[in-house]
Design a protein around this ligand. Sequence first.
Ligand SMILES: Cc1ncc(COP(=O)(O)O)c(C=O)c1O
Length: 408
Amino acid sequence: MSYSGSAGGSPDQAQGHLVYLDHAATTPMLPDAIAVMTRELAQLGNPSSLHNAGRRARRVVEESRELVAECYGARPSEVIFTSGGTEADNLAVKGLYWARRDGDRRRSRVLVTAVEHHAVLDPAQWLAGHEAAQVGLLPVDRTGLLTPDVLRAAIEAGPGPETGALISVMWANNEVGTIQPVAGLAAVAREYQIPFHTDAVQAAGPLPVSFAAAGVDALSLSGHKIGGPVGVGALLLARGAEPVPVLHGGGQERDVRSGTLDAPAIAAFAAAAQIVVKHREEEAARLAALRDDLIGRVRAAVPDAILNGAPPGPGRLPGNAHFSFPGCEGDALLMLLDAKEIACSTGSACTAGVAQPSHVLLAMGAGEARARGSLRFSLGATSTLADVAAVAEVIGEVVDRARRAGRA
Ligand SMILES: Cc1ncc(COP(=O)(O)O)c(C=O)c1O
């Protein structure tokens, strides 16, 4: 198994055209994951079938389950394969809410941070609109951080801890890269016996993520953020955390997530997890050095650029550099960079294209203008010094043009 030396990269990258700095949106599949997936796509068999071909597919799924469990500090029986991070988040938020409320009608309070991905925020809001959930948005500080004390105060300030149905706090933020103190937050939730879910989709590549050590009840993962395929992920679920299913059908995955298991994608996801976890430390250090170089060069070219999120260091994802450029529209910057074959994002890929200020930056206390004028560069396995240099070369001119366009 190999890592960044032979990391996949898109055909465009192979031709040397594209500077791809949007790894938080999706990162290229690792060559070994492609090889595993290609091999398995040629195989026949439904993992639920009893014949030989089915049993072979089942073996592939179960071996993958063991690998994913080992990579993320869980037991194999705690791994529920899903179609990705969005489904894992929905299953955790809706499923755990329903299970709690069905056991005790008073338990209707859901606490999520104001900076969650929409895959958590929207199911929580859906529960508020359709199932009478009382949803509270947990405040974060100016760097996007939620502290255990603030969580405790929010629980205490409510109608009573016995009404707690669920707390969901992401491990690391997809826009600004802020890392939450998940173990400390989960410990507070445990004191009040409120189930705790964490969306670890962005954390599972660059950070040491251990389900057991974090002490959480549920944890979301996504294949395509770690070098596996799109359309596969997992919810790690502690024993005793039994969500009401969102999907009903064949009863696969502990009866929690029905649907024929995608053995090739699951095998490739597990292969990617194994590789990223094995190389995590040196890769995180490499990315942090590149990221720091990028931050320094952007600041040199645009002295009034504001770095959003935590300072570079242990509180920030190693591959994340997120700026606000005063006087600019993020969308204009993105398109100007795109015209120069540099791919980045104004924030989460899921909201890009919709001209709205980032809810994450607003929750961090940024004004609308600053929130709209932001850009995220996210680095990953294929990122190099040449990518950083390409941004450094054009960012000053691009910001000038976006400012002039904004004034016109
Ligand atoms: C923090 C976070 N959660 C959830 C998701 C959704 O994951 P998926 O694309 O696998 O549905 C994303 C993707 O952008 C994400 O960044």
